[in-house]
Design a protein around this ligand. Sequence first.
Ligand code: SF4
Length: 386
Amino acid sequence: MLAAGEADRCRLAVGWHLPYNVAAMKTATRRASLQTIGCRLNQAETALLADRLKKDGYQLVGPGEPTDLFVLNTCSVTENAESDCRHLIRRTLRHSPQAFVAVTGCYAQTGAEALRQVPGLDLIVGAQYKMDLPDYLPPPHALRKLPSPQLLHQRRIDRNNFVLPGTGDYESTRANLKVQDGCSFMCSFCIIPFARGHERSRRLDDVLREAEELASRGHKELVLTGVNVGQYASDGRSLLDLVKALEGIAEVDRIRISSIEPTTIPDALLDYMATSSKLCRYLHVPLQSGDDGILRAMNRRYTVRNYAAFVEKAVGLVPELGLGTDLMVGFPGEGEREFANTQAVASDLPFTYFHVFTFWLSTSGRSAGRSRFSLSRRNRRDSGPA
Ligand code: SF4
């Protein structure tokens, strides 16, 4: 793996010594296909990468279409991360055998060594370099498969607040807006702190810049997206301050907060949601388990009673609140009694929908080394906009 300072060397290495006629290839427009496995935050990042590749001269093509460049944004929060990657890369190379394949995302961070063994990869980009991925590609006219994959990776991920280049490329009225990254809560089942690092926020002025550009492109709804969005903090400004600032953009009709931890929602945010004409009356608040013993083992920061009290308050303050949650089944120690407790809470509380995940334990030892637990999305039931 490359140390931090070696990254530039890798950038130079990609595209050196080109044993083919670059001049003849310069005339053709190069195609790029991007695909995302995983969460809304990954989708937001893929949209930003797509925008940048367009600016670099690529023509974006859909999944399954012949392409010259394939960018795969991966997930670690699934038991099938590696096989999903292999499958998508194989499928792409079947119709585009010369496509340059670049893989980034959480699995590129936690499973880089395993990914190196996947045939057909040309570039693996860990979390620290993810948003700079286009900088590490050969120029469009010089794309060519490499004999072995280049690896841009370091364990340490920046903890500073950040800015992001460009504006997400979306086709729908609704656009994701990345405002935060990483998490420092360290729930025992979750690999995200290792895949994405500690919590940090996007600078407020930079969020507004992208939001204004998205609005000018006709996107009416913005979904504020991050790993732990309730922890948003930039120059003393909170998530609520950010929402208020975004409301000032005239062309934006709706602002929606994506999944948010129950312990990070202040009353002031609920009060604001109750009266705002733009902030959607919607909360996706992961519960995970309805059993206090299991919540303790998960290292969650609330008891069932705390959670229920929060829901009662939220529903009381915000009329017609749409409430969703995540539940995990099969966590170690969960028996009939603990499962029944979760069932009871899920039926008692006024959820509009819930997502159910099965717990699984990675035996590969190839994830983050310390956290070997991940969530599976295999048995996801029902769906909502979280
Ligand atoms: S489950 Fe959520 S709050 Fe807990 S460590 Fe993972 S990302 Fe952070």
